[in-house]
Every structure is written in structure tokens, then in C-alpha cells.
Design a protein around this ligand. Sequence first.
Ligand SMILES: [Zn+2]
Length: 359
Amino acid sequence: MRTMENPLTPEVLADPVALTRALVDIESVSLNEKAIADCVEEVLRVVPHLTTYRYGNTVMARTDLGRASRVVLAGHLDTVPLNNNFPSTLRGDLMYGCGTSDMKSGVAYALHLATSLPAPRYDVTYFFYEAEEIESRYNGLHLVAQAHPDWLEADFALLLEPTYGIVEAGCQGTMRAVVVTTGVRAHSARSWHGVNAVHGAGEVLRRLSTYQARRVTIDGCDYREGMNATRIHGGVAGNVVPDRCEIEVNYRFAPDRTPAEAEAHLREVFADYELTVTDCAAGALPGLEAAPAREFLAAVGAAPIGKLGWTDVARFAAMGIPALNFGPGDPNLAHHPDEHVEISKIRDGAATLHRWLAA
Ligand SMILES: [Zn+2]
């Protein structure tokens, strides 16, 4: 039963700044997206030029104008947990609150365009999804890619995650592995009977600390790799020479490497050690060649840079859809208690998207 009026009124939908604020003020911490998805679905359902679908708390609306190309504008509806930053507040040109940067300002772009642009130059799929901030198995983009891959068919996707108004292309891959050193257990009073596996970790750490990470330029975008120990675990007791030490390694690799190539490289670096890959996500190439991507870059008027962190553009890339990241928020403020967005940045980005889609 509805007990609340939908705050996404026509006046709010017409203004990306007011819309950002209204979206921030609907609390939607991951797994609690029903209220916001209801509000979004309700306003999309009544738009005559859109067909709207829902799967869980993911809402998709699309035009079917028979255009030559289709683009996806995508944003997640959820936020990380609140941190004394709800509801939103305004201070001069800054809007503070959970989700202002990551990424309700981006969601506002898509919702504003969906409801105000009846005849975009491409067919557009507006995609608002649940649970991006938590494990993959809840992720609305992942779930729809499994259940309704046809909903996501497109020539190009724009993910409206925070990039501070810069186009960030592709993303690096990430691989986690455990490197193991082994030894022989002994009493530490007669340590010469044993072989110390924790001491053996020294050579693994030396290789990591002297590792020369690659820098790769792909389509003009720089990617900078990194290989780091992120955790170390070893030891039996205060008087025992340990026989096992595990070093967890995280390898962030440029998108010209496949996961198989990244694993081969890790195994090359640690050729003489036991190594187990525990987790991997492929990167995504920059995706600048599709005609809508080139036209988008022309509307932005500035060169893209390489995305270093892993994002959902990789999910689009895995479906064969080139994707870019573009949003008004500052990615350094995402998940931060002082999270905020510059109101002028929201307006600039909205004008850019309008220039691109309305042309
Ligand atoms: Zn995000």
C-alpha cells in the first residue's frame, strides 16, 4: 500500500539537480531498493515513448524508434550504508549526502533524459539496477544479463558512475592469488632441524617490492598495472618454526591482457612457488570505436583517460558491448562520509548528454 506520494514529480524530473536530490532522499542502501525502484518504475510507466520492464528491483525502459543504433544509459540505484549523511543537505554549490556522487547524480541524468527526450538520435535503453555495491550474485546488471540478455542488446553503453565529468574508458582487470611457501616444522629451540616458511616469504615479498609494473597505452588511454601483497598469514605457535606461509597477492592488469594471460604472468613471476588463483574479473578494452561512442566523445570535447578500478563496464564488455564511464561525482568521494557532488558539474554533464542525444 502506498503511504507516500512519489517525490519524482514532473517539476523534479525536469531538473537534474532537483532530481538528484530527490533520489538521494529516498534511502536505498543495497538490498533496500524497493521504494526507489517503485518510484522510478511509476514515473517511467506513464511515459508514452517508453516501454518499461522490471526484474526484482531493477527497472528498464526503452525507446523503439527504429533508429540504426541503440545505446544503454545505466546506473545503480543502491548506495553503501548511511554514515550520518542522510538526507541530503546543500552548502553553496555542493550537495552532500549518501549517493550524491555514487551515483544518484548519474541516475538522475538517465531518468531526466528518459522522461524529457521523446525522440533521441539513437534508440535508448535506460537501465536502473539494484545491488551494485555488494556481491556480484545480487547485482541487477548481472542478474538481468543472465535472465533477460535481450534487454541489454545495444551498440554502446554509458555507465553513469562518478568520473568527475571526465570520460573514463574501459577498466583494468583484477586477479587475486595465494602464493605459498613451505618448510619443515621444528621446535624453535632446535630450529636447525626445521625450515622456516615465514622466512621463505621474504623472497616472495622481495619480488613484489621490486616488481616493475607495466604501463600500457591503448587507444590513447594509459593503464597502470600493479602487483601487491594484500595479506599475509603464517605461523603455528610462539615456539614453533612454521612450515607454511600464505601471501595473498592482488594483480591489477591492463585490459590488453586476458585473465588467462594475467594468470600466466603471475605464474611466471612466482614460477618456483605453489600458487592458487582465488578470484578474477576480466578488464574491458576502452571501447571508443563504436559510432555512438565517437559521437559521445565529440559532445564531451575532451580526451578520455583509462579507468584503473574495476567497474560494471566489464560486464557490458563481456556481452560484446563497448562501454564508457561518465558521471558528475568525484570518484574519490564515493563511499566517504563527506560524499558530495558539485551542482555545476551536474548541470555541465546534463548539458553534454543532451547535446549528444538530442542532436
Ligand atoms: Zn557506484
